[in-house]
Design a protein around this ligand. Sequence first.
Ligand code: 3HC
Length: 314
Amino acid sequence: MSKESKAQEFQERIDNGETIEPKDWMPERYQKQLIRMMSQHAHSEVVGMLPEGNWITRAPSLRRKMILLSKVQDEAGHGLYLYSATETLGASRQEVLDDLLNGRAKYSSIFNYPTLSWADVAVIGWLVDGAAIINQTMLARSSYGPYSRAMVRICKEESFHKKQGYEMVAQMADGTPEQQEMIQDAVDRWWWPTLMMFGPHDEDSPNSAELIKWGVKSKTNDELRQSFVDRHVQEAHAVGLEIPDPDLEYNEETEHWEFGEIDWDEFWNVVRGNGPMNKERMKTRREAHENGKWVRKAAEEYARKQRLQKEKAS
Ligand code: 3HC
């Protein structure tokens, strides 16, 4: 069968809503796009552990410490699912990790902002994980089987992350004047960077059209961003918090919250590695990888011995 007819058959499968599995024929470009998106998603989960991990030793109570510990551990697990799902496309774990450590690969811009107070942990759980849920519930219907199945499991844990964050936000918004000031300050600092998580405007998004054609994404960056704003403006107002956007206005006709323009210079500056915490995050990631060398060596040696024993036994 010619490549053209295989590509046509592939597109028909996508259009019929079929799931593509690792052993199925797929256009090289589809495979490349998925390796790019899934490996960068995995990098985001692992680097995403750092901002909140910074507060584990300073949690205000044992209960908060335990919840934050389990959330950060969840993010590590999300990274593992996604690295494993990426390997089903033939990309080795070492290759994709090297891409991150050598600065060739991206991770979500949101994790390049500092966590200045405990209120940031609350707002990250509420807004950042809230944004992740909106994006990842869409990706749970992705055409690539291993990605969509990883998303189903991850989304269950993300909703716990968001709930615990919003619980803290509501408590602080109803707390002492100092707590109210802290939580509003955190919302002011995290609101716009969270809108940037969804990527550039559709007209400036070189990947979206192809990803939608192949059923990897089913919504555009702007559609997802709008769903996020509509949901989280209401949640902010429900606990008496203000959104730092003077252009925010509810449109009765469209039933959407209209909002101001994102600072795209800031976005691209952060994506290009010049955000407030990019250098610090990459330094910490590289050190952790270096310090973990002995663990990987021990695990590889153990696996080698296991293989030898199995070969001897067979
Ligand atoms: N941060 C860093 N880079 C970004 C970005 C962001 N917020 N938004 C877009 N980019 C990059 C893209 O990666 C692309 O660069 P590349 O071609 O070199 O990879 C370029 O900007 C153009 O963007 P596009 O819109 O064309 O790219 P996509 O169609 O891939 O959209 C995306 C970008 C929305 C991040 C999409 O890739 C996606 O949905 N990825 C899967 C979800 C994901 O990675 N989420 C990151 C957060 S993880 C998280 O939230 C963890 C949770 O536990 C808190």
